[in-house]
Ligand binder design. Structure first.
Ligand code: DGY
Length: 323
């Protein structure tokens, strides 16, 4: 029997050619996300799913797939779009791509920090609008120095630690909160409340779970210093976005956001009209080399799943204990 694969998102041609040589592929090729009904029809007759963060794999989809599906492989390290409990209960291994996107995502957090501290996006809009009329001005677009800042990291996993290393290199003081205590050289552990009150820049690097939803709450945002900066390259749901919009709208805070509660960011989002926020379309892992490495891990997970072998980058290894 030919192995049947559902691909839930458009992928580069070279990848699709390779997949089609090896598998019988049903691929979703539209920019908008695959409708759940289509996905459910396809998974009923499939052995594997290749997906990424924009494609929810719900318990209902997994229920349709159970019995035949051998593996769910996501081209991402985060798996909050997949009901992993349902997959585990159905005995389906879920594979992800850890390790290979740490540096790219940390670079993106740094890029957003610098874009915010030095007001790069605002300055770019100013020049393009033809508003630059004085050759040098003593008071235009004054920003902040990273070297004079206290950076507060929420989460000290691999990405949080990579950001700590980078901002220490810029001379910043680094404080951090992690769910479990972690000793990282040059980083002072603080409570979450202290972190929000003391930081000039707060950068979010926690996983998205039901416990961490709106961890960056209205109250915590309100406790941030005037003109402090919030950076989010993790998941939109970690931040109470409406509360952040209120703070930004009042002009009190600044933000650099790569992730949002709803993606793509709706055109009517108030964030679109605010000057004190730098927006990016979920680009943390978006370098050619990193995306290639992610793809390789996702394919290794698929191949092992099809061969009924333990998948190498498994989120729910408990599925193998039941065998
Ligand atoms: C991930 O891998 O979880 C990122 O958010 C997308 O690359």
């Amino acid at each position: 029997m030919v192995d049947k694969l559902v691909v839930t998102l458009p992928l580069p041609d070279a990848v699709m050619v390779m997949l089609r040589e090896r598998f019988d592929v049903s691929a979703w090729n539209e920019a908008e996300a695959i409708p759940e009904t289509t996905l459910q029809d396809w998974v009923q007759v499939s052995d594997a799913i290749l997906c990424s963060v924009g494609n929810p794999i719900s318990a209902a989809t997994i229920a349709r797939a159970a019995g035949r599906l051998k593996v769910i492989s996501t081209i991402s390290v985060g798996v909050d779009h997949i009901d992993t409990d349902a997959a585990t209960a159905a005995g389906i291994p879920v594979g992800h791509t850890p390790g290979v996107l740490t540096d790219s995502t940390a670079d993106m957090a740094l890029a957003l920090m610098l874009a915010c501290t030095r007001r790069i996006a605002e300055a770019d809009r100013f020049v393009r609008a033809g508003a630059w009329s004085e050759s040098w001005s003593a008071g235009t677009f004054l920003g902040k120095d990273l070297s004079r800042s206290t950076v507060g990291l929420i989460g000290l996993g691999p990405i949080g630690q990579a950001v700590a290393k980078r901002v220490r290199g810029f001379g910043a003081d680094v404080i951090a909160w992690n769910r479990t205590s972690k000793d990282v050289p040059g980083v002072s552990a603080v409570s979450l409340d202290d972190l929000f009150e003391r930081s000039d820049i707060v950068s979010v690097h926690a996983a998205m779970t039901s416990d961490t939803r709106h961890l960056v709450s209205a109250q915590r945002l309100a406790s941030m210093k005037d003109s402090a900066i919030l950076i989010n390259t993790a998941r939109g749901g970690l931040v109470d976005e409406q509360a952040l919009i209120n703070e930004l709208d009042s002009g009190r805070l600044y933000a650099g956001l790569d992730v949002f509660e709803e993606e793509p960011l709706p055109k009517e989002s108030p964030l679109m009209g605010l000057d004190n926020v730098v927006l990016a379309p979920h680009l943390g892992s978006a370098t050619a080399a990193t995306r290639q490495a992610m793809m390789e891990r996702a394919l290794a997970n698929l191949e092992a799943g099809f061969s009924d072998e333990p998948i190498p980058f498994c989120v729910n290894p408990d599925v193998y204990k039941k065998l």
